[in-house]
Design a protein around this ligand. Structure first.
Ligand SMILES: Cc1cc2nc3c(=O)[nH]c(=O)nc-3n(C[C@H](O)[C@H](O)[C@H](O)COP(=O)(O)OP(=O)(O)OC[C@H]3O[C@@H](n4cnc5c(N)ncnc54)[C@H](O)[C@@H]3O)c2cc1C
Length: 371
């Protein structure tokens, strides 16, 4: 390990909590700021690729005591409801963010990180003369750090404060999530297409399933409410029609987000080391954003641990991030074009059915190697 560093982490999702845990465990002084209070639900399909499971187990960050479903099969249906099943080479597990994030929060605290919850970070400024950061909270308190890890997710007020390029463009997408009870195989992750969107369903711990979809803001505006939009658009796919009619919905109302941008971002901006979605969000159809957030947290923690000069830290992290994630993000953006229309989703289904080797290669390329 290099010099002990004073590190601020903004955002306590997977990227923030895992980097807080690793850095605190290695003796650095770590303070993390999360605007919400654990545990809480968030919009996410909650399919976690096996790419990170060995790492989580090795670091005692895997909640072994839970009944966690193993997922080894992929079901894909086009907008007409014609479907195909495929084996998943790497596979994954289903685990709710309500449980996983809270578990990681407890682990990061136990490793020695100070975690401030229920308070928003208002501004992060790099003071050139002081070679340090000033972090200002919504209540006016300020903190000084040598390094800041940006783990504030796909879009935060900090992005706007920093004038990051992607904030200039409005995103057309909305994300909606429910937990449901339904009689379905627990080893299958399904992606069902509907007009201008797609919906994932997979089991999570206990007897629950996650149902999460990416739709369009314009459709919500057109149909006026989420239930009306679902009836008019999602239910046209017979699989979704059946699921919506048979399932027991366990939330009073769905979790909903907008401003989901898949635009390119940069892993280091204004000297902030960006991790997880703050560095770039992969399209959710890959079921890979959670694994990438955990993997990026590992890379940023390793880099801060091994190097002592700011320029070395930034250039090494930028290089590692690009090596591991840049191509996957590009492929994810390309694949998303095959979803959400009659023609392209039928084409994607035929590709999966008729060219399984080729399709498997594409899926493999959106995933990283276990580490
Ligand atoms: C519809 C949809 C479905 C998805 N499904 C899957 C899936 O099935 N599998 C998968 O692997 N990935 C999926 N993803 C992607 C996955 O959810 C993300 O990649 C992952 O959550 C990234 O983790 P993170 O830690 O970077 O960000 P987040 O988990 O979003 O955490 C960021 C945290 O920062 C906090 N924060 C933000 N601003 C501030 C501030 N100013 N001050 C303090 N705190 C702040 C937020 O409250 C939040 O807790 C999906 C994404 C979407 C949109």
């Amino acid at each position: 390990m290099g010099i002990r560093k004073n590190i601020g982490i903004v955002g306590g999702g997977l990227a923030g909590l895992v980097s807080a845990y690793l850095l605190a465990k290695n003796g650095h002084s770590v303070q993390l700021f999360e605007k919400k209070n654990y545990p809480f639900h968030r919009v996410c399909g909650e399919y976690l690729s096996n790419e990170v499971v060995d790492f989580l187990k090795r670091e005692s960050l895997f909640p072994e005591s839970l009944d966690i479903p193993q997922i080894d099969t992929f079901e894909f249906s086009d907008t007409y409801g014609q479907n195909v099943l495929a084996d998943l080479d790497l596979g994954g597990i289903g685990i709710s963010r309500f449980v996983l994030d809270d578990f990681l929060f407890q682990k990061a605290k136990a490793a020695g990180a100070t975690i401030h919850t229920g308070i928003q970070v208002q501004e992060v400024i790099f003071i050139e003369g002081g070679n340090s950061f000033e972090v200002t909270l919504a209540d006016g308190k300020t903190f000084s750090f040598d390094y800041v890890v940006g783990a504030f997710g796909k879009r935060s007020r900090i992005d706007s404060e920093m004038g990051r390029a992607f904030t200039q463009k409005r995103s057309p997408f909305i994300g909606v999530k429910y937990h449901i009870r339904i009689d379905r195989p627990r080893n299958v992750v399904a992606l069902h297409n509907f007009k201008r969107g797609y919906c994932g369903i997979n089991a999570v711990e206990g007897d629950r399933f996650n149902l999460c979809y990416l739709g369009r803001r314009e459709d919500l505006r057109k149909y006026g409410s989420i239930p009306d939009m679902e009836r008019e658009i999602l239910w046209k796919n017979p699989h979704l029609n059946r699921i919506f009619q048979e399932a027991e919905f366990l939330f009073d109302k769905p979790e909903v987000i907008n401003e989901i941008s898949f635009e390119k971002k940069s892993p280091v901006e204004q000297h902030i080391l960006m991790t997880g979605d703050a560095a770039g969000l992969i399209t959710p159809l890959n079921g890979n954003g959670m694994a990438m957030a955990i993997h990026a947290a590992y890379l940023v923690a390793e880099t801060l641990d091994q190097f002592d000069k700011r320029e070395e830290i930034e250039s090494n992290y930028r290089k590692l991030w690009k090596e591991h994630f840049e191509n996957r993000l590009t492929l994810g953006r390309w694949l998303q074009r095959l979803f959400g229309s009659n023609m392209t989703s039928s084409f994607a289904r035929k590709l999966l059915a008729d060219y399984p080797y080729f399709s498997r290669k594409i899926i493999q390329n959106t995933h990283g190697e276990p580490f």
